[in-house]
Design a protein around this ligand. Sequence first.
Ligand code: PDD
Length: 287
Amino acid sequence: MTRIVYVNGAYKRYEEAAVHVEDRGFQFADAIYEVIEVLDGRLVDATRHLARLARSLRELRIPAPMSDAALMLIIDQVIRRNRVRYGIVYMQVTRGAGPRDFALPPAGTPPTLVVLARSQRKGWSAVLAETGIGVKTIPENRWGRCDIKTVMLLPAVLAKDEARENGAKEAWFVDAQGNVTEGASSNAWIVTADGTLVTHPLDPQILPGVTRATVMDAAKLEGLKIEERAFSKAEALRSREAFVTSATNIVMPVVTIDGVPVGDGKPGPLAHRLRLRFHHVAEISAG
Ligand code: PDD
């Protein structure tokens, strides 16, 4: 349960935590966010998440609400005050509040910062990884800057709902060239017949996933070959394995695409290996 939330300089009771009705995050989705895994009370890959947060802010010219060191102190407090051992930290920064106007607010408008932490059942994703998940492909309909982690998530919300209606847990966006860009809230991977890991290159079509980066580190340490290139749904269906990566799922095997089995239709050994290696390679730090 989330009991305490940090909002703009104060620790508020969950029931009372709120931002202004004219917050630009609310009116324009003029906001960015991060999700960090909490593992045994500690943060997973905080440095990479804070670096991406800073980049998202820079790209949108939203002023940073505070230094990384100050933000880390707040994250630590929020984890402690909610007694989270296993779960996530969610933080969001908006361009602040003011009378609704497409024009950017005057310089000096303070950004809004919300930090909350939530417990999750320890090991839930490991249990899910034993059976793996299905994905549903959806035509790409997001904007051209998916490399920025904005809260403009309506296409992802609707894609996930369509996936759910079709008995799948995740959606994979497919672009006009027929290539899989990424999941609605994860990066997409396949393993070719010769054991090469393939994932979409970093460009404005995908989010530079922190888990993606750390899984690459793990794969290199394991001596695996990685190719950063686009792949189609047809290639994914011919592949040996498929999986998705995200801070919440770590490495999650994909066993069906649009109801068709990938490989033998069971979670693959490479996904399993990378999942087990992940937390040994990731940066684990005190909150
Ligand atoms: N989503 N691609 C998209 C579109 C995402 O929303 C996410 C993460 C990722 C994976 O990024 P990372 O490995 O840094 O978590 C890729 C988070 C978990 C969310 O929205 O809840």
